[in-house]
Design a protein around this ligand. Structure first.
Ligand code: AMP
Length: 625
């Protein structure tokens, strides 16, 4: 017989008074909600017993909205009002979407402030609003299952999600009436689901191979602190590629032409997917393939043959694995646990090759489709206070470097990519011109040296800086990224204490493929970027030197220089200006040095003159009485 715990009156917050919370995996294709009950995390099914909610929303003219399987079945009949994969557009700009939009059946239109919207029968809707319908649906399922309002939820996001994408996810949750306690990276959630946080230390690889994407994350546990060291992946590699490879094999075997019609291709892809999934449980699959002319081809495929067809695809996932280990600075043999996430990790061959690569048996006990939601529910349970003795602290990393625009259009990195969050970093800056009273602050994201190659996140101004000589003001700019990966930037002037700040909530974001592209580009262009950076730096320095010298010449040139000396300086300035027209930074640098040499004597004379002036002034004041 089970023992019941009975709550005593006047006991206040008795330890067994359970607080409801939930974890939500808001996926591109499917979403899930999970909660901890009787100490066990479990995903919640709908009335029909289905756990996965297809991330599809259908809008009808009469204003009714359906979500999930029912909405999915409306896609064929009403494609323009049946929205799927909206996660791909969360936090994206109009331009990003236009590029992706060519493959989509529905219309995107420009909304306010660059917010893209989808045109439907009920009006123009933002991806945030559409995603919020999925979250509302899960919220409802949750309330019905647990019989009350959850105190808070944890929502998972891909580790690659940048600021705007995280913010958009939070906004969607807010619209759905959910109290978001934390956004959590998907791989981190998966590791929690396996209870790996209970170990005291170790390095964990989370291998997430789904239908269309592959992600690898390297996590580290250290004295109870759970940290994401690095992430990598391929946003165009997944189970679909395996299906395509099998379909191509079938076509060759069955003598089906390469230019088979769209219908036949679609059917072949479905057949290939079915055969693939069958071979996860069996050694051999037998099947009939219907050709366009109505005849059938009888085929069979065994695991050995399957491996020959798909091994190159699986091995492709090992390239980002190596890259992530490299980024994390972790030797392969230091990885102690490998966690499998995503439907494609059900394939025994995937498990085998990944196990061989990491030299570890991967963790596969939890359903790879539900593992993320389960980990999120476990984390929510802790955050809501059900495990007061748990000291688990989660740290994630920022996917792209955050920095500021400097003079000459250079990007200065304040927080480098893969820094763990939450994090705060400050740097001091100063004014460039005499009497400068305002400073424009431009926050950028990316790996490249030039601002024009990075992504602009926000701009703001610090005003009211007291007029001082160039270089005298002390302006401290602090970047702070909170546990959800949201950035705020504060600029503070030390003398007056004036402050200006901005929360970075731009209206669009980047996708993981773009993050990967930006990182790749920064590597490919490293040399070129350094040259461009040096050139800009030297040009800024040249302008500063010439400006200061011209001001000095205007003030004292006539008294302190002979015509020949003046000519020599003018020639050096002209030479410097000439060098700035080229693209060789070392020539600009040399010309600056030459100008400095030719004006050294002038600078010395000015200094003497000003000292004499000061002394003579002092004589009068101090000794005159
Ligand atoms: P996900 O994006 O994580 O839902 O993964 C979907 C992918 O997993 C699709 O390509 C499915 O065909 C694949 N998948 C699901 N179950 C199996 C299975 N038993 N064997 C092989 N692949 C599977």
């Amino acid at each position: 017989m089970a023992l019941l715990q009975i709550s005593e009156p006047n006991q206040g917050d008795a330890p067994h008074q359970h607080r409801f919370s939930a974890g939500i995996d808001l996926g591109t294709t499917n979403s899930l909600v999970a909660t901890v009950r009787s100490g066990m995390a479990e995903t919640l099914p709908d009335a029909q017993g289905r756990h996965l909610l297809p991330s599809v929303v259908h809008y009808r003219r009469d204003g009714t909205v359906t979500v999930g399987a029912q909405a999915k079945s409306a896609a064929q009949g009403d494609p323009l009002n049946t929205l799927s994969s909206t996660k791909r557009f969360l936090g994206r700009g109009v331009n990003d979407i236009k590029r992706l939009g060519t493959q989509l059946p529905y219309h995107f239109v420009d909304g306010e402030k660059g917010m893209p919207k989808v045109r439907t029968v009920v009006g123009d809707l933002s991806p945030v609003e559409v995603s919020s319908e999925i979250l509302k649906h899960l919220h409802q399922r949750l309330k019905e299952s647990v019989g009350g309002e959850p105190e808070g939820v944890v929502i998972t996001v891909p580790a690659y999600f940048d600021e705007p994408q995280r913010q958009a996810t939070k906004d969607a949750a807010l619209l759905a009436g959910l109290n978001v306690m934390r956004l959590l990276n998907e791989p981190t959630a998966a590791a929690i689901a396996y209870g790996l946080d209970q170990k005291s230390e170790g390095v964990i690889a989370v291998y997430d191979f789904g239908g269309g994407t592959f992600d690898i994350s390297i996590l580290r546990l250290n004295r109870g602190v759970f940290e994401v060291l690095a992430t990598s992946g391929d946003s165009a590699l997944g189970g679909d590629d395996i299906d395509r490879a099998i379909a191509t094999w079938i076509m060759a075997q069955a003598g089906i032409d390469d230019d088979a019609g769209h219908h036949q291709m679609r059917r072949l892809m479905d057949d290939a997917c079915r055969i693939k999934e069958e071979l996860s449980d069996r050694e051999e699959s037998e099947f009939l393939i219907e050709k366009e002319d109505g005849t059938f081809w009888e085929g069979r495929l065994n695991r050995q043959q399957l491996h020959r067809i798909i091994d190159t695809i699986i091995r492709k996932t090992l390239v980002p694995c190596r890259r992530a280990l490299n980024d994390a600075g972790i030797a392969l043999n230091r990885v102690e646990d490998v966690v499998m996430v995503g439907g494609s990790t059900r394939m025994p061959r995937v498990r085998q090759l990944v196990g061989a690569f990491f030299q570890r048996e991967p963790h596969v006990a939890i359903d790879p489709d539900r593992v993320v939601a389960i980990g999120a529910a476990m984390q929510a349970d802790i955050l809501v206070g059900n495990k007061p003795d748990s000291d688990m602290l989660l740290l994630d990393v920022i996917p792209l470097s955050l920095g500021l625009e400097m003079m000459g259009g250079l990007a200065e990195k304040i927080i480098p990519r893969n820094t763990t969050i939450p994090v705060a970093r400050a740097q001091e800056f100063t004014t460039y011109k005499d009497g400068q009273t305002a400073m424009a602050i431009h926050v950028v994201q990316g790996e490249r040296e030039l601002v024009s190659d990075c992504r602009s996140l926000a701009r703001f101004e610090l005003r009211g800086i007291p007029a001082m000589a160039a270089g005298a003001a002390r302006i401290r700019v602090t970047f702070q990224v909170d546990a959800d990966g949201l950035l705020s930037v504060v600029a503070h002037e030390a003398v007056t204490g004036i402050e200006s700040r901005i929360e970075v909530k731009p209206s669009y974001g980047l996708g993981d493929d773009e993050v990967a592209r930006m990182i790749q580009e920064s590597m490919a262009h490293a040399r070129e970027d350094m040259d461009a950076r040096n050139l800009r730096e030297q040009n800024v320095e040249a302008d500063r030197v010439v400006e200061a010298l011209e001001a000095a010449l205007a003030a004292d040139g006539e008294q302190l220089l002979s015509p020949q000396e003046r000519q020599a300086i003018d020639d050096a300035i002209a030479h410097l200006r000439q060098s700035q027209k080229g693209s060789d930074w070392s020539r600009v640098k040399e010309a600056i040095s030459a100008l400095n040499r030719s004006s050294t004597e002038f600078a010395a004379r000015r200094m003497n003159a000003s000292i004499q002036l000061a002394l003579s002034g002092q004589n009068v004041d101090t000794f005159g009485e």
